[in-house]
Design a protein around this ligand. Sequence first.
Ligand SMILES: NC(=O)c1ccc[n+]([C@@H]2O[C@H](COP(=O)([O-])OP(=O)(O)OC[C@H]3O[C@@H](n4cnc5c(N)ncnc54)[C@H](O)[C@@H]3O)[C@@H](O)[C@H]2O)c1
Length: 290
Amino acid sequence: MAQRICVTGAGGQAGRAVVRELLEHGYEVAAVDITGTRDNGILRADLTDYGQAAEALRGADAVVHLANIPAPGLATPAVTFNSNITMNFNVFQAAAGLGLSRVVWASSETTLGLPFDVPPRYAPVDEEHYPVPTTTYALSKVATETIAGQMAQWSGIPFVALRFSNVMSPGDYQRFPSFWPDPSERKWNLWGYIDERDAAAACRLALEAPAEAVAGSPAFIIAAADTVMNRPSAQLLAEVFPGVPLTRDVGEFGTLLAIDRARDVLGFQPRHSWRDHVPAESDAEMRRPG
Ligand SMILES: NC(=O)c1ccc[n+]([C@@H]2O[C@H](COP(=O)([O-])OP(=O)(O)OC[C@H]3O[C@@H](n4cnc5c(N)ncnc54)[C@H](O)[C@@H]3O)[C@@H](O)[C@H]2O)c1
């Protein structure tokens, strides 16, 4: 029988991609969001309310929990922290109480020190460059990772945190050339991104990884294999963050947010890049008289 996966935040950017990915791979999906319409099959529930969270998760085998205020600056700092912590605790408590087999949830690259007003200690930044929250949004994710760690111990359920980079849709790639002239414009996340389809695949892989591989509360950085930029990564780092050591060869355009752990443990393999959608040379460069 198909596994039934509850997807929270199913009406959001990542949520829509995850629902698509799971349905394409034969899962049954119970889609939950605070907003939704009759025709998109979403159950409306406010997950800051424990009763609604518990009812929304009932009958699911596992949950992909994406619902949150998804960035700093969208709501006031206290609202962001309180809302996220409350929904995360409620979903986790309900999952443990109902005996779900796994919790996969969206943490964030922001836990690693974004926006890097203080330069990273080294690059590529990996899961050990943590915790460095600089906003209440990032703090809500750090606190949630701590909660997940404790609840994984109590319940024996794996709680898998995916520290997503900036989620992009294929339509977003058209504006990437505007990032290229000024390397400091996207330094705030080391020029990282993740295609929403690869973010969705990471969620599915985290559901499917053998239980012993994700026992406890592991966290994984989930980013594209390349940066948003059309110039070499080592050059970018040296120019914008002089003095930050590059600890290994990352290849010409390789990500400065390390995804080795996700590759090794989850079998994560980013399949999408802006380079498949936009020519790497800007129009201006191509038109420049030779
Ligand atoms: N978008 C990014 O660049 C990014 C990067 C790192 C991590 N994340 C995380 O990934 C997750 C998904 O992000 P997204 O970009 O899809 O955001 P989104 O805003 O598109 O989707 C989030 C969804 O959560 C729902 N939601 C908010 N409050 C709720 C509540 N009280 N009860 C039920 N549903 C509620 C919203 O209605 C929305 O549909 C979030 O947890 C976010 O913090 C996103």
